[in-house]
Design a protein around this ligand. Structure first.
Ligand SMILES: [Zn+2]
Length: 65
């Protein structure tokens, strides 16, 4: 069994930085004043500071099809 704690923390931090470079506009009010609430797996959770809307980053991307 490997100790993955530090690795996953580092991976999480890198993923978070990467995600924060591509801040999506709020689907409701189109502001970019949004906050990254949570990063779990491939599902970044965003919250709009302007209207309080919460949405899933992956869902927003996949609704493009
Ligand atoms: Zn909004």
């Amino acid at each position: 069994m490997k100790a993955r704690g530090a690795e996953s923390l580092k991976a999480m931090a890198e993923k978070r930085q990467q995600i924060c470079r591509n801040v999506p506009p709020c689907p409701e009010c189109a502001t970019r004043q949004v906050q990254l609430v949570n990063v779990s797996d491939d599902f970044p959770l965003w919250k709009c500071r302007h209207c309080g809307n919460k949405w899933n980053g992956k869902t927003a991307q996949e609704s493009n099809q």
